[in-house]
Design a protein around this ligand. Sequence first.
Ligand SMILES: NC(=O)C1=CN([C@@H]2O[C@H](COP(=O)(O)OP(=O)(O)OC[C@H]3O[C@@H](n4cnc5c(N)ncnc54)[C@H](O)[C@@H]3O)[C@@H](O)[C@H]2O)C=CC1
Ligand SMILES: CC(C)CCC[C@@H](C)[C@H]1CC[C@H]2[C@@H]3[C@H](O)CC4=CC(=O)CC[C@]4(C)[C@H]3CC[C@]12C
Length: 342
Amino acid sequence: MLLQQEPQLRELRIFDLHLGPWLEELKTGPVQVTAIQGDVTQAHEVAAAVAGAHVVIHTAGLVDVFGKTSPETIHEVNVQGTRNVIEACVQTGTRFLVYTSSMEVVGPNIKGQPFYRGNENTPYEAVHRHPYPCSKALAEQLVLEANGRKVLGGLPLVTCALRPTGIYGEGHQIMRDFYHQGLRLGGRLFRAIPASVEHGRVYVGNVAWMHVLVARELEHRAALMGGQVYFCYDNSPYKSYEDFNMEFLGPCGLRLVGTRPLLPYWLLLFLAALNVLLQWLLRPLLLYAPLLNPYTLAMANTTFTVSTDKARRHFGYEPLFSWEESRTRTIRWVQAVEGSAQ
Ligand SMILES: NC(=O)C1=CN([C@@H]2O[C@H](COP(=O)(O)OP(=O)(O)OC[C@H]3O[C@@H](n4cnc5c(N)ncnc54)[C@H](O)[C@@H]3O)[C@@H](O)[C@H]2O)C=CC1
Ligand SMILES: CC(C)CCC[C@@H](C)[C@H]1CC[C@H]2[C@@H]3[C@H](O)CC4=CC(=O)CC[C@]4(C)[C@H]3CC[C@]12C
């Protein structure tokens, strides 16, 4: 997105634990693209990568709500990693920092209270216990508190945080998992969540576009945007998690069976708790990390949608991809997954 949409771009450095072969394709244009294999938990590696950069977009993170990694590792990557990024900016004199936060910083909370088309000012009891939202909330707080700190050279750091709702689009691993599960079940998926539960979703291209706009505008609107949070949204329809997925999986031949959940909620909760027990029992032998656990069930079963225009008002954000385009692109990607699986 930076290469396509940012005419002022002179150099792009990509810092990630895992560098994919796709990065090579980015190196063929006029902009210098440097891929750096590194770990955000290593302060010196981060500082070396950040030195001399005009703006840092910190999106690296450990996204795990399935118990694949320990809470300590999630904290180390998401919180200490973010601390390292902030310190690198301060020590090397980089003034602009954009952080990819998450809707999870707000909710759904442990009480499962609905957040219905709320905005950045909607009152909500943001209380978490799960390591992932806890880590994102702490990291976001660090980023916002760092706004105004003096960087090398004496000028103030300007930071802001973007909170995407559930991201979908090309490369969406969980969508791929649902797709393969549907194929295994003879082209069917069985409804688990009531259709009335709304879950916020945003297309990956629009998430990237919002980051590019913020990176561009932070310098010119520092007083307005510094220390602010913005939900990351677009015109994707409000739907339940499963009905939304069917927008893509339907045209790829899958069918969602049932107008109401096939299993009662108490049974799903029991199965989710059983999965936690199995995960714990099997841990010495293998990693058992199914999609269903009490946390993911609560996430999928609690209404959380945003309706806001703060990003438009503050820095002129309009989604780059319409809903129709986002949908078409995602369907094409699922179809390509299908092609490569055969
Ligand atoms: N997937 C979603 O629905 C949402 C994701 N987010 C946030 O967006 C960001 C990106 O998430 P996704 O693209 O979904 O996840 P992802 O796992 O595809 O991307 C995260 C990237 O961070 C890198 N990374 C992980 N640990 C690292 C480390 N120690 N050092 C350097 N790089 C490391 C990974 O290699 C990966 O490329 C994360 O910060 C996540 O919290 C926010 C809202 C929703
Ligand atoms: C089998 C169940 C009944 C359905 C399981 C669906 C879940 C796996 C997903 C439902 C909601 C998702 C999360 C949500 O979109 C918000 C997120 C924000 C992030 O920052 C990271 C990803 C995620 C936690 C996302 C993960 C999958 C769900 C829990």
